[in-house]
Write a protein that binds this ligand. Structure first.
Ligand code: FAD
Length: 827
């Protein structure tokens, strides 16, 4: 079996060694710079609060696994490594109280118990609270305290007993590679051969990354933690010195959290200015000098940053007025550009994995996932939300990581709307149509660094002309944010005339070489060897039959394909597979190149799209001239364009691809020709609404690797006629037979309530599923929500969606809601 070398024996590295051993893999060496009993990383001083509420289903599942595992890790005293004291998040503002309902919804969506409780119940649960402050709270009874250092020691012992080797006081100084693969880990004079290297070095991750030539996009930041002297009213309540019995507590309105610590209170603060740490200036401790109070991950306390928080804490927990700050420190841990963890194999170096920026909360869960990844090639819990490869190149530069990670520290407890964009850095990536869009009053949101128009103020005037039945209903204040009624007019125009959509930010790869067809044939669910001009919507699966992406592939010539993919994760996968194929069979070489930045794309869609095109192109682009799901090189006003007869909004038209340099002109040519047909520019909000009306799924939101094609409503993309083998094929039938849930379409009965996604769905009064995508359907004149629901749910069944604590009646319907006969698309 491959030799795995793990760098770091904090909670993540130690659990990874243990999880590999549990899966039968013991050819593992763990290298740790500190002494194993107290290595001195973040785990060594972690107060261990485990709050599981998370908008990400996978992160919630990782936390649940952590709780289960730590509970089962018993020491010689017979006790586990988790104190199930429960979690309590309190609200002192109405806005926060509403948000706690939203967070409770995430818990219920993902099968975790949660209750929004009133102020009296908060006081009963946590008697130290000032009765005047809480308006209510979110109680998560299953949450509690991880005894992280103890649990870590226990898994080290267990892994050792299973045959895993641990070497402490061994600082890794280099990583060797050959032919794009890791080969060894170097520590000073010593060299340890390795087939797989996993960096579990916590906030030291960027240093280890540098040894392998990889940017690890995390920033070490200091975060304040302090202990009070004994609190009078805690006398005799808890076991001393570390015990706790009351819930762990969050006071997000002041960026503070608390845990009992025997008869004292431990206080954590995110309220201070961000305190980035330069790894090069970190004090170096000799392993023998590391103690509970002196360790590299702990910097001296800066009382001036805590003064206001101490006052806020004394106001919240008045008995703290009878105490002092006994001790505090500025502890270091990792922040990332989007706040998520960094997990998986690097796309640049084979065999180099990271499991970093991982909280104690998710540590054992993520360790399990990485062990599965190494042992079987895929994790049973979807990793998209924390995939190391999810960032674009512009998002891994030191400047970007520096700014955005600090921003995430500042905003960690803020109430944030799902559509809320970052304010800086902005205008990082703009399409060639940016100037035209600005001139039309585009309201931009940001994604993957791109500026994406959400709607255009220029279309506000259309609201006067628009027939009343297209108008959007009034929304509640929360779903009204980052929404404009103008989207209704943009849908109306797209459905009845013609609109331009900027599709530039959808990632495009060029796959070329004599082996291009063979590569794609082996990785996708459709026949990729059809004659040039064919376009396929197809799926990438993992070996277990889970969907890892949905992509649209056009064969442009014998040896050249263009694939519309979802993210850099797809780029990582396809380029790795291409590299391997080229090495194994040089005659079948193939390259994968990201052509997104150098190209652009316009969706020209609507019943009058043909009339516009006739004016600017001599090519035959009639319905029969270029059929649905066909591609061809054409000229538009003298601009070379690859036209694909596709539409993500369900109307006749094309995706028009050109090089970026001519994009500006392409827009102008189409814009001018479209004037007499009432052409408009339309944004993402209209796009999303029409996508859902047409039932088109969005990867990562509607389905993930947890799902197989049939249950996601994508069985049509797996071609029964494909005789060649492809990844996942062998697992499909069994997986489909075992599926217990299906992605279903719901419409909201009151016709007006628009939900936003991730809300729990109740069947027969029980939380039984959750919403993925949702939008108001302007054409079908109903709010739409897609949701994962148990198989037993039938079309016509009544269900309820919980939105901010309120139950909304909805009905299960057959999809798609718009043009199920495909007459608009196919003609
Ligand atoms: P670490 O524990 O830092 O382990 C990394 C290890 O790698 C270290 O032991 C280090 O010595 C070793 N290493 C580094 N470089 C090398 C090298 N070159 N060679 C060999 N070994 C190397 N999380 C929660 O979930 N709940 C909380 O309540 C919580 N509170 C926190 C409070 C504070 C004050 C801080 C600072 C963090 C808190 N965290 C909390 C975060 C949590 O502590 C960390 O995210 C977690 O411990 C990280 O675990 P790890 O195993 O990835 O990293």
């Amino acid at each position: 079996s491959p030799r795995v070398v793990i760098i770091g024996a904090g909670i993540v590295g130690a659990n990874l060694a243990d999880e590999l051993a549990q899966l039968g893999h013991t050819n593992t060496l763990v290298l740790e710079q500190g002494p194993l009993g107290m290595p001195g990383g973040s785990t060594s001083h972690a107060p261990g609060l485990v709050f599981s509420s998370n908008g990400s289903k996978s992160m919630t599942a990782f936390a649940q696994y952590t709780i289960k595992k730590l509970t089962s890790l018993t020491g010689p005293d017979g006790r586990g490594s988790f104190l199930p004291v429960g979690g309590l998040e309190i609200a002192t503002t109405q806005e926060r109280l509403q948000d706690l309902h939203r967070r409770a919804g995430w818990n219920r969506s993902y099968g975790v118990q949660a209750h929004v409780v009133d102020a009296d119940e908060c006081l009963r649960l946590f008697p130290l609270l000032n009765p005047d402050l809480p308006l209510g709270g979110l109680l998560t009874p299953g949450d509690g305290l991880a005894l992280a250092a103890r649990g870590t020691q226990l898994v080290i012992e267990r892994a050792r007993a299973a045959g895993v080797e641990f070497r402490d006081r061994t600082a890794v100084t280099d990583i060797e590679q050959s032919g794009g693969r890791v080969t060894a880990v170097v520590a000073g004079e010593e060299r340890f051969p390795a087939d797989v290297v996993v960096s579990c070095a916590g906030f030291w991750g960027p240093d280890i990354g540098r040894m392998a030539g990889i940017d690890i996009p995390l920033l070490p930041l200091a975060h304040q933690f302090a202990w009070s002297t004994p609190v009078p009213s805690l006398a005799g309540v808890n076991e001393l010195p570390h015990g706790a019995s009351r819930p762990i507590l969050r006071y997000q309105d002041r960026d503070l959290y608390y845990r009992e610590w025997g008869d004292t209170i431990g206080i954590g603060s995110y309220a201070h200015r961000p305190l980035p740490v330069d790894l090069d200036t970190l004090p170096a401790y000799r392993p023998e000098d590391i103690t509970g109070e002196r360790m590299p991950s702990s910097l001296p306390f800066t009382p001036e940053d805590f003064a206001a928080e101490w006052a806020a804490s004394q106001e919240l927990l008045p008995d703290l007025r009878n105490t002092e700050i006994k001790r505090g420190f500025n502890g270091i841990f990792s922040f990332t550009p989007d706040g998520g963890s960094l997990v998986g194999e690097s796309r640049h170096v084979d065999g180099f994995f990271a499991a970093e920026a991982v909280w104690v909360t998710h540590g054992p869960g993520i360790a399990r996932a990485v062990a599965e990844l190494i042992a079987t090639g895929q994790s049973s819990i979807d990793l998209s939300d924390c995939d190391l490869n999810r960032f674009e190149d512009v998002q891994t530069t030191p400047e970007y990581v520096w700014e955005t990670s600090q921003q995430n520290f500042v905003e960690i407890y803020d109430v944030r709307h799902p559509l809320e964009p970052r304010l800086s850095p902005r205008d990082v990536r703009v399409s060639p149509f940016h100037e035209q869009q600005k001139a039309l009053g585009a309201f931009f949101l940001e994604a993957a660094g791109w500026e994406r128009p959400h709607w255009f103020e220029a279309n506000a005037a259309l609201l006067e002309e628009m027939p009343a039945e297209w108008a959007a209903p009034e929304r509640d204040a929360w779903s009204d944010r980052f929404h404009s009624p103008i989207a209704a007019a943009e849908v109306w125009k797209t459905r009845t005339a013609v609109a331009l959509f900027d599709m530039t930010q959808l990632k495009r790869l060029e796959i070329t070489g004599p082996g291009a067809g063979a590569l794609l044939q082996g990785l996708t669910t459709s026949n990729m060897l059809r004659a040039p001009g064919a376009v396929s919507y197809t799926l990438l699966l993992d070996a277990a039959g889970g969907i890892t992406s949905d992509i649209t592939v056009a064969r442009l010539s014998e040896q050249s394909y263009q694939a519309g993919v979802n993210s850099t994760v797809d780029l990582a996968y396809l380029s790795r597979r291409a590299r391997h194929q080229s090495e194994e069979n040089p005659a079948q070489w193939v390259t994968v190149r990201d052509i997104t930045p150098g190209t652009c794309c316009i969706g020209l869609w609507g019943p009058l799209a043909g009339a516009v095109m006739e004016k600017v192109s001599r090519d035959d682009l009639s319905r029969d001239g270029l059929q649905y799901f066909r591609a061809r090189q054409i000229s538009i006003g003298g601009i070379p364009v690859t036209a694909m007869r596709l539409s993500y909004v369900g109307e006749f038209g094309w995706e028009l691809y050109a090089s970026a340099d001519v994009g500006h002109r392409l827009w102008d040519v189409l814009w001018e020709a479209g004037q007499e047909h009432g052409i408009i520019a339309a944004g993402r909000e209209a796009f999303n609404s029409m996508r859902l009306e047409k039932g088109f799924r969005s990867y990562g939101t509607d389905m993930t690797s947890e799902h197989e094609p049939d249950q996601a409503g994508l069985g049509f993309a797996v071609k029964a006629s494909k005789t060649d083998d492809f990844v996942g094929k062998g697992a499909l039938a069994e997986r489909a037979a075992a599926a217990t849930t299906r992605l279903r379409c719901l419409t909201v009965d009151d016709g007006v309530s628009v939900v936003l996604g991730k809300e729990p769905v109740y069947v027969g009064g029980e939380a039984a599923g959750y919403v993925t995508s949702a939008a108001y359907g302007y054409t079908v004149r109903q709010p739409i929500a897609y949701a994962w629901l148990p198989n037993r749910v039938e079309t016509g069944d009544a269900v309820e969606i919980e939105y901010l604590g309120r139950r909304i009646a909805a009905s299960v319907v057959d999809d798609p809601l718009y043009d199920p006969e495909m007459t608009r698309l196919r003609g």
